[in-house]
Design a protein around this ligand. Structure first.
Ligand code: LLP
Length: 432
């Protein structure tokens, strides 16, 4: 992946940085982030749109990986940001990110989150009827208008894990088209004094390889947009969401960002022209495909437990606290012994985390180069939904995020200390 190379001594280099040293300098794992690959992916999205569909905007889905420095990188690459909470919005605000390039999601935004969004002038993606009334009320209280999109479920099943499939009718997100539900919602929005209806949003799921789900959804949405037009409601903006898959193991074979964007554009142009609809401003919200492969977690190998005739466990200094995805979704990863990249002999092992939980297994049955205690294990494609889903289970500190580029290494998130973990603990007077 990315800028990875092998040094003469067999150590893995990422962004010119020896990640074996990085892992050995730390008691806990380190998330290593390859800045060059990150920027390349962002640029590929932006450039492809600029070339084939200039009236467009790419919003990075910050739930994949959000930090102050990430906002700076996103800003310098000319992308916008998609936030789903007050915490993500607050991060963008504190980073000085341009608020006219922020869209705000969420199926149950709090009053405070909506206020924060409207006060800062971000675009809000309305998810449900309750929220229409809430946004209306808050715009009136603040006497400030807001641009909105409505999230519509195209009613298809994306070909991915059901936990991350979101476009089907039974999903908790957005309005269905059936029974005129979405149309009723839009008509309500259009009536509101301080809410400006801009267009519609869809998101069918995540880690998707097969574009037919997008093709089908775009067709359904174009039909719907045509119906709206017949009632003089014009959709000026159309947001296609995120979802392009990445390579976790050799079984994964995603298309390139360029091909993906070109296909989306082709479908939109075809379906809109067929219905004689004016082409809308087009938006996408990629998360994983920007940051996933740019991340690698480096661990130290500690205990090795052989269960004779059954399996060999090698245990690492992290686990489900820094990567919940194997336990939560059964996600698969690929890994190497980063301090012996030149070797060949392979041994079938299972990589276990250090949490007190049987399910804390990061890689089941993986071939590694004769792992030994003291080795460094690099697990690939951990840039998305790892740090952002990390927890302090067992009171393990959340690892730091280190940005590497051209031989330079910089923390963009410091490793947590035990003090950080205790920061919000309180002993009430009567217990002292
Ligand atoms: N837009 C919306 C409205 C979304 O809900 C999401 C992801 C995205 C964009 C970005 O999707 P991406 O390009 O990253 O696929 N925690 C799960 C993934 C959950 C995705 C939720 N929504 C995982 O670790 O696989």
């Amino acid at each position: 992946h990315g800028t990875m190379k092998v040094k003469d001594n067999g150590h893995l280099l990422i962004g010119g940085v020896d990640v074996v040293e990085v892992a050995r300098e730390s008691e806990f794992p380190v998330y290593v982030l390859d800045e060059e690959l990150l920027r390349k992916n962002m640029r590929e999205y932006r450039k492809t749109f600029e070339k084939y569909y200039p009236n467009s905007m790419v919003h990075y889905a910050s739930k994949a990986l959000m930090t102050l420095a990430m906002c700076k990188i996103v800003e310098s690459e000319g992308l916008g940001i998609d936030v789903v909470s007050g915490g993500e919005l607050y991060t963008a605000i504190k980073a000085g990110f341009p608020m006219d390039k922020v869209v705000m999601h969420g199926n149950n935004k709090s009053v405070n989150e909506i206020k924060m969004g409207i006060e800062n002038g971000v675009k809000i993606v309305i998810d449900n009827f309750y929220e229409i009334e809430l946004v209306d009320k808050i715009t009136k209280e603040l006497n400030k208008s807001v641009d909105v999109l409505l999230r519509i479920k195209p009613g298809i099943h994306a070909d991915t894990h059901h936990y991350v499939s979101t476009g089907h009718e039974d999903s908790k997100f957005g309005f269905i088209i059936k029974e005129d539900t979405a149309k009723k919602a839009i008509k309500q929005v259009v009536e509101k004094e301080l809410i400006n209806f801009k267009g519609i949003h869809m998101h069918i799921g995540s880690q998707i390889f097969n574009v037919t789900g997008y093709e089908k959804s775009i067709e359904i949405m174009a039909d719907f947009i045509k119906e709206l037009k017949e009632e003089n409601i014009i959709v000026k903006e159309f947001d296609l969401g995120g979802g392009l898959g990445v390579i976790y193991t050799q079984e994964d074979d995603p298309m390139s960002i360029t091909d993906f964007v070109k296909l989306l554009i082709e479908y939109v142009k075809r379906e809109f022209e067929k219905r004689e609809l004016e082409l809308p401003k087009l938006m996408v919200e990629p998360g994983r495909s920007i940051v996933g492969e740019a991340g690698t977690t480096v661990y130290q190998v500690g205990s090795i437990t052989e269960v004779p005739g059954i399996r060999k466990y090698i245990a690492i200094n992290g686990g489900m606290g820094d990567n919940i995805r194997p336990a939560l979704y059964g996600s698969k990863y690929d890994a190497v012994i980063a301090n012996r990249m030149n070797g060949k002999e392979e041994e079938l092992v299972t990589v276990a985390g250090k949490c007190c939980e049987t399910g804390d297994i990061i890689l089941k049955d993986i071939k590694l180069n004769e792992p030994k205690s003291g080795d460094v294990l690099a697990v690939f494609t951990t840039g998305a939904y790892n740090y952002t889903m990390a927890s302090n289970y067992n009171r393990l500190p959340i690892p730091g995020v280190m940005l590497v580029n051209n031989g330079q290494k910089e923390w963009i998130v410091k490793p947590q200390s035990y003090e950080d973990i205790l920061r919000n603990d309180i002993i009430p007077e009567r217990l002292k």
